[in-house]
Design a protein around this ligand. Structure first.
Ligand code: FES
Length: 115
């Protein structure tokens, strides 16, 4: 069993709601990196008009998942192909390497992240 890496850019959850952009800014089938003021970040995905957020970090070698290919609700790390469910952070490739997901909702067209 491989050892998962630690995400140093993982946001600390504090019950905050943060507006990260307009829903039109991330087209369906695409991901985007959301950088927060404190230097942490998350990967945001638009799956057919529904938004999901997970850590922007592949626990294998740390590649940013927002830059990887999205097929349905599965993002496949560009580096070595590990696959994650963007709806809940589950890792299909190594089940013990799941990552955190974050609540996302839309309000008047604006994407809000709960962290
Ligand atoms: S960094 Fe190796 S699969 Fe993601």
């Amino acid at each position: 069993m491989g050892k998962a890496r630690t995400n140093k850019r993982k946001p600390i959850e504090q019950g905050r709601v943060i507006t990260v952009g307009h829903e039109a800014s991330v087209p369906p089938g695409r991901g985007a990196t959301v950088k927060l003021k404190d230097g942490t970040e998350v990967a945001l995905f638009n799956v057919a008009g529904k938004f999901y957020a997970i850590e922007n970090f592949c626990p294998h070698k740390g590649y940013p998942l927002a830059d990887s290919k999205l097929r349905g609700t599965v993002v496949e790390c560009e580096f070595h192909g590990w696959q994650f469910d963007v709806t809940n952070g589950a890792c299909f490739t190594k089940p013990h390497c799941s990552i955190q997901n974050y609540k996302v909702f839309i309000e008047n067209g604006w994407i809000k992240l709960e962290l």
